[in-house]
Design a protein around this ligand. Structure first.
Ligand code: SF4
Ligand code: SF4
Length: 91
């Protein structure tokens, strides 16, 4: 039997050029999904990515803007004017 594999969540993307390894993001996270990196000056490791609430506290705490949140696809709502949808269906 072949089981379909689901890609694991990757809630945080770190810009390693900007990160200074201060671990402020790690301390800001209320559910402790990160652990410190063993490499000095590197971003922490995301040990429990599925637990992320996407609250953005780590992003706001980062002094260098090194983190971006990657919301799961089902949370990426796209808004469209109702008129544009109607026009498309009538075409
Ligand atoms: S978005 Fe919130 S829950 Fe997720 S890692 Fe950052 S602080 Fe933690
Ligand atoms: S707060 Fe920003 S600079 Fe500090 S460790 Fe986290 S990602 Fe790197």
């Amino acid at each position: 039997m072949v089981l379909r594999e689901t890609k694991p969540a990757e809630p945080l993307a770190f810009d390693t050029d900007k990160c200074i390894g201060c671990n402020r993001c790690l301390e800001a996270c209320q559910i402790d999904i990160m652990i410190p990196s063993e490499e000095k000056g590197s971003p922490p490791l995301v040990a429990f990515p599925d637990e992320c609430w996407y609250c953005g506290a780590c992003v706001m705490e980062c002094p260098t803007g090194a983190i971006s949140l990657q919301h799961p696809l089902m949370n990426q709502v796209r808004w469209a004017e109702k008129s544009s949808l109607t026009a498309r269906s009538e075409a």
